[in-house]
Write a protein of this length. Structure first.
Length: 112
């Protein structure tokens, strides 16, 4: 898989990379690649509670990262930027983004 990444500048001027597989719309990216998820968790200091099967929404300055952990082989992650257009998100068909995931993305976006 290609190494697609976003360079995110923090408020203190440091750059961190978010690795992803799919651009969905402006401000919304996705990966299910375990190595990329692990790298993203390290880069953004996201702690995964492996005893809990529930999405984790992490707000880091002007972005949010939604991490799904089921087990070591079933994980996924969304990057939500503050430039996300909610109207465009709502127009996405269910085949591109499940309704449940849209709700989580909106919840993450509302943290800004």
């Amino acid at each position: 898989m290609e190494n697609l990444k976003l360079g995110i500048e923090s408020d203190d001027g440091d750059f961190k990379d978010f690795f992803f597989d799919n651009f969905i719309i402006d401000g919304l990216f996705f990966t299910s690649d375990i190595k990329k998820i692990n790298d993203n968790c390290k880069n953004f200091k996201i702690k995964i509670d492996k005893s809990r099967v529930a999405p984790i929404i992490s707000k880091i300055e002007n972005i949010a990262i939604i991490t799904f952990y089921v087990d070591n082989e079933n994980q996924a992650q969304y990057f939500v930027g503050n430039d996300l257009n909610l109207n465009e998100l709502n127009r996405l068909p269910e085949t591109e983004l499940k309704f449940e995931d849209k709700i989580l993305v909106i919840e993450a976006y509302c943290l800004f």
